[in-house]
Design a protein. Structure first.
Lengths: 324, 306, 278
């Protein structure tokens, strides 16, 4: 009788295990459900604006919430997001790679604490970056850089035109650059550290200086990974909200289209932050803002998928070289 | 002289006398690279200095415990905001941590199949969703449905930020536990769920706690998703179905006011917030990451409150 | 002339020309290491080693694992500059110039010393041609004709030319292990060194590839001074003229290869070459 009991017990999977597995699986697919639900909700709640303008919503530059003359277009904010993010990359990526070069090559005693401090930069909330940018950085930047450049070149170079008040594209972009440095430099550092020692030794053997060793052995090897790191930074810059909102100057509609470094603008996330709670659900205004959110989401997803692909591809190359 | 030696001399003669120049370039690069480091440290140092310097002037018992006064008067404090931040973090954790941990267990212990692989992929993708969009989502499914701004909506939004992070860090921590632990448990005849929870999770405890704490520090500084969910308030917490205040929100709203006194209060609130967040971060790194270098990876997986 | 240190016998007599035994001819020494000591974080890995390497010969450095032979080899081209925590004392003279002296710049003189490592390490993102010219381009050689000439010359000397001449722009990683190692030899030869340092160059290769490498070395010694670290004693016997035996960071014996293996003067050497420990 005992034998039969043991046999039948070992065939059945214990109920508790089954329940546990089901529970864990539900938790796992929760994210899938949320994503599906989110995309669905965003699309359906913004449907009124798609119904009204169709694809034009993406290319229009109006932004008029006045009843009777409602017209919304997300294009200026797409430009705002992309321009500030691109500028942030132009400023932030070289700095990050420089930092990664320094930290990856410095002795551990200096390199580790330094890397740690740079990573702590990532923990500072965006709203505090915004606060500091607004009351500290902006003042110096406006007086020491924006005003002189504007005085000297304001009329000749369109980049420097406008009346610099400090709440503009360039200020937002610089703060954004500072904010992406921790991400880009941390990943770059890992990528550079992954270069095998033998590669560096080969370069050294040929009589290379340290910089030449970077050029010969480290950069070619880690190029893909560095690009991936930069695009991760781009992804972060695109999704960034508060610091940008506080510094970009809050222009709307066609005047938000980036036309000069010293003119105010607007990004997709900042227009939402600025106007969402004031928008009346009865009008087209709220659906338009939700539509902006949907567009922002799609752009952010694309950028991040590209970044992940590049970083994993670089790791595969590294494995290939070692196995050879 | 052999032909090889002849050729060698011939070729050597072609080497440019460029060693000096190469050493000079190397030196210049070193200086530039060091300058990059300085340029990153300066803002960080400046932020800390300004927050502490300006914020300290605002701090007082009244400031930390009273409700905000009339705008511009400089009276009152950020009591509700501090309370609100603690409440929203707690509630969001109650929702997000269990889901995240279970999800991490799923990925680690039941993870060798196509479903788990797609879950892992989408989990990583989801982590990069702009947090303001998460706020919109919470607004749509909770605020619009219930008809008012509420703490539930804010906690839900923040939980969406938390759980993918916790899932990933949990998965990685569990994966670091040697297979032999599980085998030993099974060999003792224990059921899998007991093995997982009591043996494997126990072993992975510190990694998991690290991940949870870092994700808490991340959501503590989040502002965007709170804008359209808890909205903000000048009153202390009363119940979950009404708006509430939180430190990041209050900082933002104060920064929009044109009064010096509001600015000062903003710095004060920023000081409190930064102490909480950097405090959690430093504590985690000191207690957990120092001793086990393997958790270093968590650092850049969890970055930036938006 | 012998130097006695704690149970070791180091034969530093001028090499006698075997043809005319009546005259003692001082062979020219290409490289001389004097009292070289290497400390890793304060702990000595190489203790006070002195050796003289006659030109156009092959010297093998043998000894059990961890005896310091690779560490010592890396002193000869200042490779330890790259290693953190490593401190090198002593002199390494190449053509009467001390590589470690404060007034000379190592780049200029490191060009005289090429190195081949244990595992082939061609630059993975470059073609065969570009790998060979990598050192040349550092030195400012741009002329395409000259570069092609040197590529052919170096690959021929490394016994790789015939196998790759039809497609020099193939990625270097597509070569087999043995070919990659010969490519690394060609890369080192391209900068026209006079000394070649080789750190167990054939240990990661199959027997056929090893044989090719050994043939290459035997040919190369006509024009280069070669110092090779090897854990394979038969290899040392096959290709080297002189052998130095190191143990626990010290040089125990340094003599003509034949003599060291058939009639070791030191008990420790005898034990090692008989395979009593390894």
């Amino acid at each position: 009788m005992t034998q039969r009991k043991i046999q039948s017990e070992s065939k059945r999977k214990p109920l508790a295990d089954k329940i546990f597995k089901i529970g864990a699986t539900i938790a796992g697919v929760y994210v899938l459900a949320i994503i599906v639900l989110m995309v669905f909700q965003l699309f359906s709640e913004s449907y009124p604006i798609w119904q009204e303008s169709g694809f034009e919503f993406i290319v229009k530059t109006d932004w008029n919430a006045v009843e009777g003359r409602e017209s919304f277009g997300v294009l200026p904010y797409i430009f705002g997001t992309l321009v500030t993010a691109a500028l942030a990359m132009v400023i932030g990526v070289p700095l990050s790679i420089g930092i990664a070069m320094f930290v990856s090559d410095a002795p551990a005693k200096i390199g580790n604490p330094l890397g740690f401090v740079v990573e702590l930069l990532a923990a500072v909330p965006s709203v505090i970056y915004g606060l500091w940018g607004l009351f500290v950085f902006r003042v110096y930047f406006r007086d020491w850089i924006e005003k002189p450049l504007n005085d000297a070149f304001g009329d000749s170079i369109w980049l420097f035109s406008g009346t610099p008040f400090g709440l503009d594209i360039i200020t937002a972009s610089v703060i954004l650059a500072i904010m992406i440095i921790p991400t880009v430099s941390a990943v770059s550092r890992e990528v550079m550290k992954a270069v095998p020692q033998q590669q560096k030794e080969a370069a050294y053997m040929l009589g290379a200086t340290k910089w030449e060793m970077f050029k010969l052995a480290i950069f070619p090897y880690s190029k893909t990974g560095l690009i991936g790191a930069s695009i991760l930074g781009l992804g972060r810059a695109v999704g960034e909200t508060m610091a940008v909102t506080m510094l970009i100057g809050n222009a709307t509609g066609a005047s938000a289209i980036p036309s000069s470094l010293f003119k105010p603008s607007q990004t997709m996330s900042s227009i939402i932050a600025n106007e969402f709670v004031e928008a009346s659900p009865a009008s087209l205004h709220l659906p338009a803002l939700i539509g902006v959110g949907l567009v922002l989401l799609l752009i952010a997803i694309c950028i991040n998928i590209v970044a992940h692909l590049l970083v994993t591809r670089m790791l595969k190359i590294k494995e290939g070289a070692i196995n050879n | 002289m052999s032909t090889v030696q002849q050729r060698r001399q011939q070729y050597r003669a072609l080497f440019k006398q460029n060693v000096e120049r190469r050493l000079l370039i190397d030196k210049i690069v070193r200086i530039i690279v060091f300058a990059c480091v300085i340029m990153a440290i300066i803002p960080f140092g400046s932020i800390l200095v300004e927050v502490f310097k300006n914020g300290a002037a605002a701090i007082s018992i009244e400031f930390l415990t009273q409700i905000p006064g009339a705008a511009g008067t400089g009276e009152g404090g950020i009591g509700p905001a501090i309370q609100g931040t603690l409440i929203i973090i707690g509630l969001a954790s109650l929702i997000g941590v269990p889901i995240g941990v279970l999800s991490g267990i799923f990925l680690s212990e039941y993870g060798d199949n196509p479903l788990a692989r797609s879950v892992r992929f989408f989990n990583d993708v989801f982590m990069e969703f702009p947090s303001i969009v998460l706020g919109i989502f919470a607004f749509l499914v909770i605020v619009l449905v219930l008809g008012h701004f509420s703490v539930w909506a804010g906690a839900f939004a923040l939980s969406l930020i938390m759980f993918p992070i916790v899932a990933r860090t949990t998965e990685e921590s569990l994966k670091m536990v040697p297979v032999s632990y599980r085998e030993a448990g099974m060999a003792l005849g224990l059921k899998k769920w007991i093995v997982t929870l009591r043996i494997v999770v126990s072993a992975a405890k510190s990694g998991m706690i690290t991940g949870i704490l870092l994700s808490i520090s991340r959501i503590g500084g989040e502002t965007a998703p709170l804008i359209m969910t808890i909205l903000g308030s000048s009153q202390f917490f009363s119940n979950f179905d009404v708006p509430m205040d939180a430190l990041p929100l209050r900082i933002w709203r104060l920064s929009l006011l044109p009064y010096d006194s509001a600015q000062l209060q903003g710095w004060g609130a920023a000081l409190v917030l930064i102490i909480i967040i950097l405090g959690i971060n430093l504590a985690v790194r000191y207690f957990f990451m120092n001793k086990r270098r393997k958790y270093k990876l968590f650092g850049y997986a969890i970055n930036g409150s938006r | 002339m012998t130097a006695m240190t704690e149970g070791s016998t180091i034969d530093m007599t001028p090499v006698i020309d075997s043809v005319s035994s009546s005259t003692i001819v001082e062979k020219k020494y290409k490289m001389i290491a004097e009292n070289v000591t290497v400390l890793y974080g304060g702990i000595p890995a190489v203790k006070n080693v002195s050796m003289k390497f006659p030109e156009k010969t092959v010297t093998a450095l043998i000894g059990p694992s961890g005896c310091g032979k690779t560490t010592f080899l890396r002193c000869l081209n200042r490779m330890h500059d790259m290693t953190k925590n490593a401190k090198v004392e002593g002199k390494v003279m190449i053509d009467d110039i001390d590589l470690y002296s404060k007034d000379i710049d190592p780049i200029y003189h490191r060009r005289k010393v090429g190195m081949v490592f244990q595992k082939p390490n061609p630059f993975p993102t470059m073609s065969i041609h570009d790998n060979v010219t990598s050192g040349l381009r550092l030195n400012g050689v741009r002329d395409k004709k000259i570069l092609d000439e040197i590529v052919e010359d170096s690959l021929k000397m490394a016994y790789l030319w015939d196998e790759v001449k039809h497609d020099l722009h193939k990625p270097a990683l597509e070569l087999s292990g043995g070919q990659q190692q010969r490519l690394c030899i060609a890369r080192a030869l391209a900068i026209q060194p006079e000394v070649l340092l080789m750190d167990e160059p054939a240990s990661a290769l199959d027997p056929i590839a090893t044989q090719k490498i050994e043939e290459t070395i035997t040919e190369l010694k006509k024009d280069y001074t070669i110092i090779i670290v090897t854990h394979n004693m038969q290899q040392a016997v096959r290709i080297s003229d002189y052998t130095g035996f190191l143990y626990l960071g010290e040089l125990i014996e340094f003599r003509e290869t034949k003599k060291l293996f058939t009639d070791p003067k030191n008990e420790l050497t005898a034990k090692y070459v008989q395979g009593r420990f390894g």
